[in-house]
Design a binder for this molecule. Structure first.
Ligand SMILES: [Zn+2]
Length: 551
């Protein structure tokens, strides 16, 4: 078996718009050297370009119509039941299974959506999303205890509370420290498990892009990623490197209230508008309110927030609600995402569940899916496409939605019937999408403490002995091509079912001469790990996604 090593280092949310100015200033020397010795280009993400969808395509080489992950939560059956996206609901065979069959050992550090962890020849430390209390984070299970014995408590994510309580600087430093530690953990496990392939996802940039108002913090995490890339190159100078991103990034100026637009255009009907704020959110709202709105800081703010938090938690909902409403009128930005709606399903034709742009039709009026058979399906979709196409971004003057896709335009495969009916692509606008907000506000609001979001175009840099030295002019690849190319590097025939293709243009002429691409027919598949979340775990998963502003 070959000893050749390949490192897939993912910069979550990485894009050339962010990296290029730093490269020009010489502030990313290690990435710069890799680019010079290899090939750089744009890596096209999935639509929508959100982490679970994109990483599922990275893991399987399949388009979402085959792997079945279309958003942060996924419909798991035709009856319209939804669950948080996880390995449980993902279809398709992960790339490490193909590599393992060929005797190639694989390590995964912080790759999103493989939760719950599962046996493989190598090791796995799961990435988001994970139930908060779960200790089931690694395979083999003993790795977690070993990591904690050496480095202290291990969290998949830097806790978002740190941002609310200590501020953006502490949050940024914590991310840098977290990623340094993940790099060290990777080095340790690469040796111990003697893996040939390692994939690691650095998430700090994604978080800072969402939550930092100033670009300097983004630069700080990028410089830190560059240092960690440098540590890999120094340690493994003869390895192949595949630097990639799951999607790109853009900065925001405002937010478009998609849920409200649907309501005002007669597609969506709400029952009682309620303001039930769970305990974990009270702290968030109060910190926005006291800090950003009233400008309080330091210990005084902390003490007042704790006190108010306890009071709000203690008073009965009937009494607390009028207070929240009054506060919401004064400081709507503190309450972004914090309104809980009851959708009146019998009176609703279309609704949204996340800020990804996925629109779900409800033409059987049961709050369930399977609307495609309804006679008015095409007409409702057409009306929605026409209406949303006309929405203009007041901050840029351009359209908010570059295109509103019918699901069959972008997906193909067995899972398409579980896909959202329309996918509204706002990823080139300066607007975030908000599922809902108080109906008294118009469709556009300020950016609501999210300062950046995703973009479809991300980046890749391929360098090392097996890759071509083409530099960087106009090259493009799809995120689904990364696993296909990886399999080819290790002589694994490409499964016919895979939508991704071997990036033959970016492999060295020598390598391609010696290794023509082989395709495997027919596909021997059937990967469906059986494991269900407990209700408690499911709740923790959605809480976590709400904390991050995705739901
Ligand atoms: Zn991501």
């Amino acid at each position: 078996m070959t000893d050749k090593k390949t490192f897939i280092l993912s910069i979550d949310s990485g894009c050339w718009e962010y990296l290029d100015p730093l490269l020009e200033q010489g502030r990313l020397p290690n990435l710069s050297r890799l680019i010079e010795s290899g090939t750089r280009g744009v890596l096209e993400s999935t639509m929508p370009p959100v982490t679970p969808v994109a990483f599922s395509s990275f893991i399987t080489g399949l388009n979402p119509g085959k792997h079945g992950i279309f958003d942060w939560s996924v419909q798991v059956n035709r009856e319209g039941e939804f669950q948080s996206a996880s390995a449980v609901s993902r279809r398709g065979t992960p790339f490490w299974t193909y590599l393992n069959r060929k005797g190639v050992r694989v390590g995964l550090v912080n790759i999103p959506i493989p939760y719950p962890p599962e046996p493989l020849d190598g090791f796995m430390i799961v990435g988001i999303t994970v139930p908060k209390s779960s200790r089931n984070l690694t395979y083999p299970a003993a790795i977690l205890d070993e990591i904690e014995a050496r480095y202290g408590p291990y969290h998949v994510d830097v806790p978002i509370n740190l941002l609310h309580e200590e501020g953006i600087e502490a949050y940024t430093s914590a991310w840098c420290a977290h990623e340094d530690r993940q790099t060290e953990i990777a080095f340790d496990l690469i040796d111990r498990y003697d893996v040939q392939v390692l994939a690691l996802n650095y998430v700090g940039l994604d978080r800072l892009n969402h939550f930092a108002s100033e670009f300097g913090y983004i630069e700080q995490v990028l410089e830190n990623v560059d240092r960690n890339v440098g540590r890999f190159v120094e340690r493994f100078p003869d390895a192949n490197f595949m630097i990639m991103s799951d999607h790109g990034s853009r900065r925001l100026k405002g937010a478009f209230l998609l849920g409200k637009w649907l309501a005002q255009h007669g597609f969506l009907s709400h029952g009682d508008k309620s303001l039930r704020i769970p305990r974990y959110e009270i702290n968030f709202v109060l910190s926005q309110l006291l800090g950003d709105h009233y400008g309080l800081t330091g210990l005084g703010e902390k003490a007042l927030r704790r006190l108010l938090g306890v009071l709000f938690w203690l008073v009965p909902p009937a009494l607390a609600e009028p207070v929240w409403r009054a506060l919401a009128r004064r400081a709507p930005e503190a309450f972004a995402y914090r309104f809980t709606d009851r959708i009146d399903f019998p009176a609703t034709k279309a609704y949204v569940r996340s800020n990804s742009g996925s629109i779900i039709l409800n033409l059987n009026h049961r709050g369930q899916r399977n609307s495609a058979a309804a006679p008015e399906y095409e007409q409702v979709r057409r009306t929605l496409v026409d209406g949303l196409s006309q929405v203009r971004d007041p901050f840029s003057g351009g359209p908010v939605f570059r295109k509103i896709y019918l699901r069959e335009e972008i997906y193909h495969g067995d899972a398409v019937e579980l896909a959202p009916d329309l996918i509204a692509d706002h990823y080139d606008s300066t607007c975030d999408l908000i599922v809902d907000n108080d109906p008294q506000y118009y469709f556009f609001v300020n950016r609501l403490n999210r300062f950046g979001d995703h973009k479809r175009d991300g980046l890749f840099v391929f360098a090392g002995p097996d890759f071509a030295r083409l530099g960087g002019d106009g090259h493009r690849a799809s995120i689904m091509d990364v696993p296909a190319t990886l399999l080819h590097l290790y002589g694994v025939p490409i499964p016919d079912v895979m939508d991704g293709q071997v990036a033959t243009d970016f492999l060295s002429a020598d390598f391609m001469r010696q290794h023509p691409v082989e395709v495997q027919l027919p596909e021997e598949d059937g990967y469906h790990p059986q494991r269900d979340y407990t209700e408690d775990e499911m709740e923790q998963l959605s809480e976590h996604l709400k904390d991050l502003g995705y739901l």
